[in-house]
Design a protein around this ligand. Structure first.
Ligand SMILES: NC(=O)c1ccc[n+]([C@@H]2O[C@H](COP(=O)([O-])OP(=O)(O)OC[C@H]3O[C@@H](n4cnc5c(N)ncnc54)[C@H](O)[C@@H]3O)[C@@H](O)[C@H]2O)c1
Length: 320
């Protein structure tokens, strides 16, 4: 059994998605190395995994080279919420671009297959709806979101160049809005924001008129998609949209959260931030045909699990 364990590196493994991915990979019998600089990730997210002898956590910044022996690499390291990636935009671009170069260099050296967690943000404020993978996007290269969007676009370019030039075994997933337990409570993302505000009885802040739509994927579905993509034959390289195509307006989401938390919060409206997309929805036909994958967890079920998580986080904080 031990001889057949795959050694899997997860960069950004102490973050929201990374910690769920580490957990799943460990459950499936792999030997997991989590690498993180803890910029937005938290030790609490992976503390429950540290008892396993097949799990290792290593503090490291992916802008620096890494020398380890692994069979697979999931490259997730990068702050994902606007508040965090705009905090130090130069570092954000470095994380995407230098991080991709360093992890691709590692994959090339040791012959590992490597999956990039790219993003729907590569489509910018899309003029095509829903977004298919061949749509080239509408990104403002000069705006405050560009450090993330353009960094991720450049990372995709690097992945495909390593593939063409060095025959590196790559997979590029374009991840759409994902939510679930272990989201950072203060990252300003819409689901965590609404739930935390509703649980505290604070006003629920809604940007714009609230009619902009989003499509939310529950974390377990997303992780399942990433693992399936990693397991595909070498000729499947992506890019592949992974997300939930079920659209909901932001105001409807706010009202659903208020109902589910039985909150007394009121909705208040604020101006829309610059370059905020008005509509974002994946076409997941390619993932469905290639991986036999589609999201399974309905929004109300995923929201309930996420609400329970934030209830326990808030209760723990009150205790302390
Ligand atoms: N959650 C989503 O809805 C979503 C959507 C699209 C794409 N993604 C992508 O998925 C990945 C994970 O996102 P997440 O939601 O878990 O965000 P997150 O912020 O919770 O996780 C990112 C992790 O990367 C770590 N990190 C950041 N810079 C690093 C560096 N230079 N070196 C090492 N570690 C570093 C952080 O500490 C954190 O643990 C990101 O690449 C993000 O762009 C996420």
């Amino acid at each position: 059994m031990t001889l057949t364990r795959k050694r899997v590196l997860v960069t950004g493994g102490a973050g929201f998605l990374g910690s769920h991915l580490c957990e799943r990979l460990l459950d499936e019998g792999n030997d997991v190395l989590c690498v993180d600089n803890y910029f937005t990730g938290r030790k609490d997210n992976i503390a429950h995994l540290l008892d396993s002898k097949y799990f290792e956590a290593h503090r490291h910044d992916v802008t620096l080279p890494l020398y380890v022996e692994v069979d697979e690499i999931y490259n997730l390291a990068c702050p994902a919420s606007p508040i965090h990636y705009q905090f130090d935009p130069v570092q954000t671009t470095k994380t995407s671009v230098l991080g991709a170069i360093n992890m691709l260099g590692l994959a090339k050296r040791v012959g590992a297959r490597i999956l990039q967690s790219s993003t729907s943000e590569v489509y910018g404020d899309p003029a095509v709806h829903p977004q298919t993978e061949d749509y080239r996007g509408n990104v403002n290269p000069l705006g405050p979101r560009a450090c993330y969007d353009e960094g991720k676009r450049c990372a995709e370019t690097l992945f495909f160049d390593y593939h063409r030039q060095h025959k590196t075994h790559i997979k590029v997933a374009r991840v759409f809005n994902t939510y679930g337990p272990r989201m950072h409570p203060n990252d300003g993302r819409v689901v965590s924001n609404f739930i935390v505000q509703a649980l505290r009885g604070d006003d629920i802040t809604l940007y714009g008129d609230g009619r902009q739509t989003r499509a939310f994927c529950y974390v377990d579905d997303l992780i399942d998609g990433l693992i399936r993509l990693m397991g595909t034959p070498a000729d499947v390289v992506g890019p592949m949209n992974i997300g939930n195509p079920h659209e909901i307006s932001v105001v409807d989401l706010a009202e659903q959260v208020i109902r589910m938390t039985k909150s007394t919060s009121k909705i208040v409206f604020r101006p829309l931030p610059q370059d905020d997309p008005t509509q974002r929805c994946p076409d997941i036909g390619y993932a469905n045909r290639t991986l036999g994958w589609e999201p399974r967890i309905p929004l109300d079920v995923g929201l309930q699990r996420t609400i329970s998580y934030f209830e326990s986080v808030i209760a723990q904080r009150l205790e302390h």
